[in-house]
Design a protein around this ligand. Structure first.
Ligand SMILES: Nc1ncnc2c1ncn2[C@@H]1O[C@H](COP(=O)(O)OP(=O)(O)OP(=O)(O)O)[C@@H](O)[C@H]1O
Ligand SMILES: [Mg+2]
Length: 379
């Protein structure tokens, strides 16, 4: 890697870790937003009000130089709002040209809040802008500098007939929910409204990252992608060839962020946020992807899912049953730690990664400590 590239990657790594301290339980979303910037793909966040979607997107966007355009769409929104007013001067000459200054056609990053609320008058132009990165101004196709658009919405578009095409433009898809963990939640309570921004990227840094990511070698993982396609078909999820093709750009960006010049199987984990289209497919798609790319992590995840449930049950148990729930959780967490240890050993023997199991061991230890002090009053 050249020094310039190392600089771009160091900046992205620093930015990612800052974002992860400022936005709680948003690690996968943050990764996808950075991957979206590097691969020039669009992302969408679905989630109930007050899950910190806007705060996160604004923070990510404010770290990158260039023009930023944000708009809250309503059913009444007009094309002027997104694409600029029609020039009166041009009208005098029978030309229907929009003044795009400060609007989406001149933005490097666009944030469309309530993106599925836009009227059909907006939709067609928007599709062209997102897909071709071309804005037709008075019939004149004009290339636009858009690097990434992020959409946010409280719910999936109901009218898939009309909005399906827009939904399809978002390669990276996330559903965000309220903070799960109590300690995380407590930390959120005192976070400042405006995240402290330290690391800033220029458009030059971004271009460098994009260029370098394009060079990432995919050859080693292509057979796994082919096998993954069969597995995804088996669970009845349809993914278009275009989507599979575009998915490789996010795999490259993910690999680059992971510090790889050739992608390995771990870099495919990002596909769990690409291959689903109905929310109910999310869990099975994630499982299928993880089984394929890191079976040990998937095994660890299953153990952790059970463990976290018992941990939550214990610390949220009513006073009178807290000791009983604490004892049960304590036993389960000990057994989970033992099984995670075995997975780490198995993975090491097989020369496979198992980040989830390693990280999970720390989580389980932390939960165990909390159960001991809160439920069993151990000092
Ligand atoms: N995961 C989180 N990390 C940090 N802060 C959070 C998180 N979730 C919610 N918040 C807090 O909630 C506030 C409101 O979040 P924000 O307005 O970004 O939500 P939203 O998801 O965009 O809501 P809406 O759908 O109504 O637009 C944030 O400013 C922040 O203080
Ligand atoms: Mg919002």
């Amino acid at each position: 890697m050249s020094t310039q590239v190392a600089k771009a990657r160091n900046l992205f790594t620093a930015l990612e870790s800052e974002l992860n301290t400022e936005h709680i339980e948003r690690r996968p979303v943050i990764r996808s937003l950075l991957v979206g910037l590097i691969s020039r793909q669009h992302a969408v966040l679905l989630g109930p009000p007050g899950t910190g979607k806007s705060r996160l997107v604004r923070d990510v966007c404010s770290r990158v130089g260039g023009n930023y355009f944000e708009w809250l769409l309503t059913r009444m929104s007009t094309p002027e709002e997104l694409f600029g007013p029609v020039s009166l001067k041009a009208l005098e000459n029978d030309s229907y040209r929009r003044i795009t200054t400060g609007k989406l056609p001149e933005a490097e990053i666009g944030y469309l809040d309530e993106c599925f609320k836009g009227s059909s008058a907006i939709l067609n132009t928007l599709l062209g802008v997102l897909n071709e990165r071309v804005f037709h101004n008075d019939g004149q196709p004009t290339p636009i500098p858009l690097q990434m658009a992020v959409g946010a919405s409280n719910e999936l578009p109901e009218d898939r007939e009309e909005l399906g095409a827009l939904w399809d433009r978002f390669l990276l898809r996330h559903v965000v929910d309220y903070i799960r963990d109590q300690a995380d939640f407590t930390r959120m309570l005192t976070l400042s409204a405006r995240p402290a921004a330290q690391t800033q990227l220029t458009l030059g840094d971004l271009a460098q990252a994009q260029q370098e990511a394009l060079q990432v070698d995919l050859s080693a993982i292509l057979p796994t992608v082919v096998a993954l396609r069969s597995e995804v078909q088996k669970i009845g999820v349809m993914v278009s060839d275009r989507r599979w093709h575009d998915a490789m750009t996010v795999v490259r960006a993910n690999a680059w962020l992971n510090g790889n010049t050739a992608a390995d199987e771990n870099d495919l984990d990002i596909l769990q946020h690409v291959l689903w289209s109905e929310p109910e497919q999310r869990a099975t798609v994630a499982k299928t992807v993880l089984m394929m790319v890191s079976p040990f992590d998937q095994e660890a995840q299953d153990i952790l899912d059970d463990a976290v449930e018992l941990y939550h049950a214990a610390i949220n148990a009513p006073e009178e049953s807290q000791t009983q729930a604490g004892l049960e959780a304590n036993k389960a967490l000990k057994s989970a730690a033992k099984r995670l240890h075995t997975i780490v050993e198995k993975a090491e023997d097989a020369g496979k990664p198992c980040r989830r199991a390693e990280q999970g061991l720390q989580d389980v230890a932390m939960w165990g400590q909390e159960v001991l002090t809160k439920c069993l009053r151990a000092g």
